[in-house]
Ligand binder design. Sequence first.
Ligand code: ZN
Length: 143
Amino acid sequence: MDMQSSSYRTGRVFLCRVKHKSELVKAILEFAEEKRIKTAIFTVIGAVRDATIGYYDQDAREYQKIRFDKHMEIAHATGNLTRKDGKPFVHIHAVLSDSTGKAFAGHLIRATVFAAEIHIQEILGQSLEREYDQTTGLALWKM
Ligand code: ZN
């Protein structure tokens, strides 16, 4: 089989507005901790004042960082909350667009929010942990 999986149930649904100038990853982690959400999937739309995304160099096995020190739209971002090293861990991919409508996308490392709306779907079931994967060099879901 080409896929490994686990079965889960859906839990609470949250619609959130992120405070101006908050750091997006931190805001999601803090919210999850406050609401005791262990596992979730989410989407984000909004705008950022600046952001850093990553491109994973598969040969070097490290992220190349791409920094945008400008205002951009979050045309779409999607992510999940699981656990890594026993702690909550957020994984987000984002499509950001600039004043010309040109889009840039990648693994979101950090972003300073101008305004953002998040739809969070809690997932109930066994804890989903990440573990180091020899083949990719990434911390992937342990299933
Ligand atoms: Zn990623």
